[in-house]
Design a protein around this ligand. Structure first.
Ligand SMILES: [Ca+2]
Length: 512
């Protein structure tokens, strides 16, 4: 104790100016989960989330701001993470798809800039960019997608398997780092959860959390995709494309402890110890037996699968919400909340049965949108609602702005600091967003496309097939009716095509 006081006194006398700066610059905790739909965050008010609320994520919204029109640039894990790190669209940071060889860590990134400006930087949890993290004083990452149970964590000198549930382990490691960090420097911490990514394995304490819950079925669950070629030709349908063992935890028969089809047992069932495996099968037994004891029609099976998927998806989110609660409690108890910006977001949105789907990729709202809430005591007023169009390329410039660091000119995003602090959209704020998805051919068979979104309209071009789609989000919020080519839509189509072309020039999209 005496020793600490002595060092503290020395620091104060030796570098008073730096110490003053360090106090003024905010810390940042960027919490990001994987595939968390806004439909599954109760602050967004979707009927689904009412049955599975997220009180702790909602706490951030109540303490600060909630973003209603926040979107990704390319709805996929690696590309979204690369855009967040660089403040650039995929074609500029080089990470177009999850098939990429590796993220080019030699380029300019947000953590590097913060580090150069006196910040201590850390990332704990999912990285998913293949190359080793750069720009971080401390990193402890999952191997690729990471396992839900007993996962490996990689550091710069080792790979170690830890026993426990992935969300809980990430929370523990994050709190440990917060307690052992350099107190003389502000910090930037990325806490990246694996949950609720496929295959939706809840923590053991949550296996049965929602087994009695009947979740609402989206009106377009049995979508027939009329007038939408790419939507019709995907492979991300819950009742057709989910793996019955791996994804839905279905077994071979009554009282069976053998899963139906599971192509990746080493990433799931084999990660459990024999005793954990026994408890897993026991927890699902009565539901799995009911399935075999009931005579279901094809349609009823499709609905049964939706319920099973949502029960597990939302149960994994329960652990994420608990984790957020633990971090907020820690910040409040330590007084760190006074000068720490806390963000909760997901790398993209996700389908919870809309169009019959799980997964993401499409420029349609559910997967294009990224939920986001953000608190910063003193600057952001509690209960702020942000409606301007924001995108993940804006995160890096915004954080630099809050930290008082010059935003590099080659970052393509814009700082939304003014918007979130004032609670209103500045008059000169952007009126449209650019989107580009590349990963085709690839898992789930979603055709490559780019497009433009405004407040009301969305124009999408599936360029390999030369197919356009136009949606009026005001009259058709679930994007069921492609009105491209319809009489009376010539002017808006022309306007949107011009805007798309302007954005592609602005962002220097090659080969368009
Ligand atoms: Ca993801």
């Amino acid at each position: 104790m005496k020793k600490n006081l002595f060092i503290g006194a020395l620091t104060l006398t030796a570098a008073p100016i730096f110490a003053q700066q360090a106090v003024q610059r905010p810390n940042i905790i960027f919490i990001m989960s994987d595939d968390h739909a806004s439909q599954a965050i109760s602050a967004y008010g979707h009927p689904l989330s009412k049955l599975a609320p997220t009180p702790n994520i909602d706490r951030i919204a109540k303490n600060g701001a909630q973003f209603w029109n926040n979107y990704c640039a390319n709805s996929l894990s690696g590309p979204s993470r690369a855009s967040i790190l660089t403040g650039k669209h995929s074609h500029k940071n080089g990470y177009l798809a999850n098939w990429n060889k590796e993220f080019d860590g030699s380029q300019q990134t947000l953590p590097k800039i913060l580090q150069e400006n006196g910040y201590e930087t850390a990332i704990i949890g999912k990285w998913h960019l293949i190359s080793e993290p750069t720009g971080f004083d401390h990193w402890m990452i999952l191997d690729g997608q990471g396992d839900y149970n007993n996962p490996d964590f990689i550091t710069d000198n080792d790979t170690v398997q830890y026993f426990g549930y992935v969300t809980d382990l990430i929370t523990t490691f994050t709190k440990q780092w917060l307690q052992t960090r350099d107190r003389d420097r502000p910090f930037f911490l990325m806490m990246h959860h694996k949950a609720p990514h496929r295959n939706w394995v809840p923590a053991e304490r949550h296996y049965n959390l929602y087994e009695e819950t009947e979740f609402p079925v989206p009106e377009n669950y049995f979508d027939e995709y009329e007038g939408r070629f790419a939507a019709k030709n995907q492979e991300m349908n819950i009742y057709r494309d989910m793996y019955e063992g791996h994804d839905l935890k279905m077994v071979t028969g009554i009282d069976s402890d053998t899963l139906l089809f599971d192509p990746w047992p080493d990433a799931f069932i084999n990660t459990l110890t024999p005793y954990e495996k026994k408890r897993f099968f026991e927890a699902y037994r009565s539901r799995n037996n009911d399935y075999y004891n009931t005579d279901l029609t094809e349609k009823e099976i499709a609905l049964w699968k939706l319920q099973r998927y949502l029960q597990d998806y939302l149960a994994t989110i329960k652990s994420v919400d608990e984790s957020v609660g633990q971090i907020l409690d820690f910040l409040e108890q330590s007084g760190l909340d006074e000068n720490t910006i806390v963000i909760y977001t997901s790398d993209q949105g996700f389908y919870t049965g809309e169009h019959g789907w799980f997964d993401k990729r499409f420029m349609y709202e559910e997967s294009f949108q990224m939920p986001m809430v953000m608190q910063f005591k003193g600057e952001i007023k509690p209960g702020t609602q942000v409606h301007g169009l924001t995108q993940n390329i804006d995160f890096a410039p915004t954080f630099l702005d809050f930290c008082g660091i010059k935003i590099p000119e080659d970052m393509q995003g814009e700082s939304f600091r003014e918007m979130v602090v004032s609670g209103s959209t500045p008059e000169d704020w952007r009126q449209s967003l650019y989107y580009h998805y590349y990963e085709y051919p690839g898992i789930h068979s979603v055709r490559a496309h780019y497009g433009v979104k405004t407040d009301r309209y969305k124009l999408i071009y599936f360029y390999d097939e030369d197919i356009w789609e136009l949606f009026d989000l005001e009259n058709d919020p679930t994007e069921m009716k492609n009105i491209f080519g319809e009489e009376g839509k010539e002017n808006i189509t022309e306007e949107l095509k011009k805007e798309l072309s302007r954005l592609q020039k602005l962002y220097e999209v090659p080969g368009i």
